[in-house]
Design a protein around this ligand. Structure first.
Ligand code: ADP
Ligand code: MG
Length: 138
């Protein structure tokens, strides 16, 4: 609670479909701020490190293939309750459960290819920010 930082990723389908501006616009309109941002191509090592908690899940191989298939935009988002706030703007993992007002509800049809990532806890946010922006380690 209070001021937080979280890691946002616009996944390969979001970048390829030209939805980076739409995602960032919703985040800015909410009152959150983009503190750092870059476009990168994730390699296997970075993808496996980012999604380490999912290793062994039935969807894991598909997930790694998807996240490394094309460039992603990664950003540090800061603001009041930024972690939960970004998760609300994204909507739930399954786009069928996401309301049309959320990014996934409005633009995604697949549980794998669901456009965006947002850290789900303070511990995850810290770990993920350090993974993608090692220079910002405090
Ligand atoms: P979220 O991105 O909402 O935090 P998870 O952390 O549970 O979701 O899963 C990470 C990513 O793995 C999801 O965003 C999605 O791309 C993929 N994924 C998760 N669960 C499934 C599933 N049941 N089937 C296919 N892909 C999944
Ligand atoms: Mg997650």
């Amino acid at each position: 609670m209070g001021f937080e930082k979280t890691l946002l990723i616009v996944k390969p389908d979001g970048v390829a479909r030209g939805l980076v501006g739409e995602v960032l616009s919703r985040i800015e309109q909410k009152g959150l701020r983009i503190e750092k941002m870059k476009t990168i191509q994730m390699d296997m090592k970075l993808a496996e490190s980012h999604y380490i908690e999912h290793k062994g899940k039935p969807y894991y191989d598909e997930l790694i293939k998807y996240i490394t298939e094309a460039p992603v935009v990664v950003a540090i988002i800061g603001g009041e309750n930024a972690i939960a706030s970004v998760r609300r703007i994204m909507g739930p993992t399954d786009p069928l459960e996401a309301t049309p007002g959320s990014i996934r509800g409005a633009y995604a049809t697949s549980t794998t290819r669901n456009l965006v990532h947002g850290s789900d806890s303070q511990e995850a946010a810290k770990r993920e920010i350090e993974l993608f922006f090692p220079e910002s380690k405090e």
